[in-house]
Every structure is written in C-alpha cells, then in structure tokens.
Ligand binder design. Structure first.
Ligand code: 4NP
Length: 149
C-alpha cells in the first residue's frame, strides 16, 4: 500500500507526518509526502520541523519538498490532507470518483473530531511544531491500526 501525506508547502506538516508514519508501518508500505504549492520545491524541511522530529528520534532531514502530481492520484492508495484548504485543492485535482475516494482529511480519517485541521506551524514557534507533532503522532497511530486491521 502507498500512502501520501499532503500539506501546503511540504516543508512543515506533511514531512513530519511522512516521517512518523514510516516509523509505524512495516517496510513493505511506501509513505511519501507532497505539497499543493511548488514554492519550496527541492528544499529540505523547515529546520524547526527537522529539529522537532529529531527530538523524537525521527530523521526527516533528507526529505525534499515536491508538489503533488497527476500521477500521485494513480500511484497512491490513500492521500491524507492536513487542512481543509489543502483538501479542497487536492480534491479539485482528482480526475474521477476513484481518485476522489482516495483523498481524506488527515484528522477526519484518524477520528479526531475535536480538531478538523492540523494547524500550520510555519508562522509559529517550536511549541507549535511540537503540538503538530503530537497531533500527527496520535493520528498516525489510529490510521496505522485501520490500515493494518
Ligand atoms: P506546510 O507549512 O504547509 O506545513 O509545509 C507551510 C510552509 C510554507 C508556507 C506556508 C505553510 N508558505 O507560505 O511558504
């Protein structure tokens, strides 16, 4: 199974989600991440995202930002979006119902109905990155259990 985590810039939230999910799933699962904008294409994750993941013994420093592509809708089985704007943008790029069915809001899929969106920590501080890590870690646990059951 192939899983794609998507946020806006692919330098803060989805790289961390990718890193966390890779630690939770067996190696035969493929996990990747992408953004809806190409502004940061080719760049490594934000230093604060790298540091936050490293604090939890997860190395995301080698990841590179890339925009989501048409091929992703064919290649991936599940596409998880970090917030509603990202979800709407991703859904609008899907070309048929089968592709739309692959797309969900990360926190909806992970049963977190208190928080609809993974907040964007880009304009925030290290505490905001840690809060995002905790949300993603809990959500990835639930999604992992769904996938493996
Ligand atoms: P991300 O965070 O979507 O979690 O990677 C952001 C990264 C960059 C920008 C916004 C959010 N930006 O405006 O450049």
């Amino acid at each position: 199974m192939k899983i794609l985590m998507v946020c806006l810039g692919n330098i803060c939230r989805s790289p961390v989600a990718e890193g966390i999910m890779k630690t939770k799933l067996p190696e035969n699962f493929f996990v990747d991440s992408a953004g809806t904008i190409s502004m940061h294409k080719g760049k490594h994750p934000d230093k604060r995202a790298i540091k936050t993941a490293a604090n939890h013994h997860i190395d995301i420093s080698n990841q590179k930002s890339r925009p989501i592509t048409k091929a992703d809708f064919e290649n991936f089985d599940k596409i998880y979006c970090m917030d509603i704007d990202v979800y709407e943008d991703v859904i609008s790029k899907a070309r048929n119902e089968e592709q739309r069915q692959k797309v969900s809001l990360f926190l909806d899929a992970s049963g977190d109905h208190k928080n609809a969106e993974v907040p964007d920590p880009y304009w925030g501080n290290m505490d905001d990155f840690e809060e995002v890590f905790q949300l993603l870690d809990r959500g990835c646990d639930v999604i992992k259990n769904q996938i493996l059951s």
